[in-house]
Design a protein around this ligand. Structure first.
Ligand code: ZN
Length: 327
């Protein structure tokens, strides 16, 4: 019997992470290549095509034994049509028929899905969500995203947009404007971008912070820098963590009450802030969520790190291809 292989690709705004997996979904080889999203969709798709060929060549695998490709893409999409509708961090990226273009080029079936959902497939197969059935994966990166699994099945909704936690409205009046057209959305506060903005507001209001010195030394204001200041006991940075962590807690109380998950996985670069941020989140959940639901849930850090999307894309490709499973 010939061996079968799957390609798993995580398309990020900065890098394309690509992996070749065997039939048991064990990683054979991987590579990372810059996305260069500024060159537009066609150029990005060509780079993905090239990455696939490089991987298969490097592994000395017969192209005919590659079964399918799975691809995680940020933003809104029509999963069944393989159409990427909109992706905020990509230039000129609107209604791109990703699956059509790539499957013609590669001569293989191509299945796309949202980047966070794909990461959830990865964590469910190999990481923090193994054996769990009711799971919410939250990614705290530049923005805030989520994916939902209920009764062992990843949820999509009427327009493939289940999990838009970043756009949960937290303020009835005012609040930071959001690109979605609303204001006061959770992701405008609870995200790398949100933490930076909250810190900037406090600095602009004249609050003292060690961060002012660091910025004067030419450092860039990032979530990681705020985290460093918290570790040094900086009161203003701690205030930023408290406000952000608590607001995140209120968002998750709604998630816990609505979905009754057993597990909330926290992933993405900003999740590395860990307990100094999440202790406030946990406190709010403890104080506010309904008793039976909060007893059933626990919070856990993601286990696959930045590789979750690549692994999950391969899991997803095999799932779609081998079972023709209706999603
Ligand atoms: Zn929004």
């Amino acid at each position: 019997m010939t061996k079968a292989y799957y390609l798993g690709i995580d398309l990020g705004g900065t890098n394309i992470k690509a992996g070749l997996f065997d039939d048991q979904l064990k990683l054979v080889t991987k590579q990372r290549t810059p996305t260069h999203e500024e060159n537009g969709p066609q150029a990005v798709l060509t780079r993905i095509y090239q990455a696939c060929h490089d991987l298969v060549t490097a592994a000395n695998v017969d192209w005919a034994s590659v079964v399918a490709l799975g691809l995680g893409v940020p933003g809104q999409m029509d999963v069944k049509a393989g159409l990427s509708i909109f992706s905020p961090n990509f230039t000129d990226w609107e209604n791109v028929p990703v699956a059509d273009i790539l499957s013609k080029q590669l001569g293989k079936p191509v299945f796309i899905d949202n980047d966070v959902r794909v990461a959830l497939y990865g964590e469910a197969a190999f990481g923090a969500a193994k054996q769990a059935k009711d799971v919410v994966l939250v990614t705290l990166g530049t923005g805030l995203g989520a994916a939902v699994m209920l009764n062992g099945k990843v949820a999509y909704g009427a327009s493939d947009s289940v999990g838009e936690l970043g756009h949960m409205n937290m303020y009835r009046h005012g609040g930071r404007l959001c690109a979605c057209g609303s204001s006061g959305c959770l992701g405008r506060y609870v995200s790398g971008r949100g933490l930076v903005k909250t810190m900037q507001e406090k600095l602009a209001a004249g609050q003292p912070s060690i961060i002012s010195d660091w910025l004067n030394d030419g450092q860039e204001l990032t979530a990681a820098l705020i985290s460093d200041a918290v570790a040094k006991g900086d009161a203003t940075a701690q205030e930023v963590f408290k406000e952000t962590g608590e607001l995140f807690g209120f968002g998750l109380v709604n998630v816990v009450n609505l979905l009754n998950p057993e597990l909330i996985i926290l992933g993405g670069g900003v999740a590395q802030a860990g307990e100094p941020l999440f202790k406030y989140t946990k406190q709010v959940i403890h104080d506010r969520a309904i008793a039976v639901a909060k007893k059933a849930v626990h919070l856990k850090l993601a286990e696959l790190g930045p590789a979750a999307g690549m692994y999950g894309a391969a899991v997803y490709a095999k799932k779609r291809q081998s079972t023709e499973e209706k999603i």
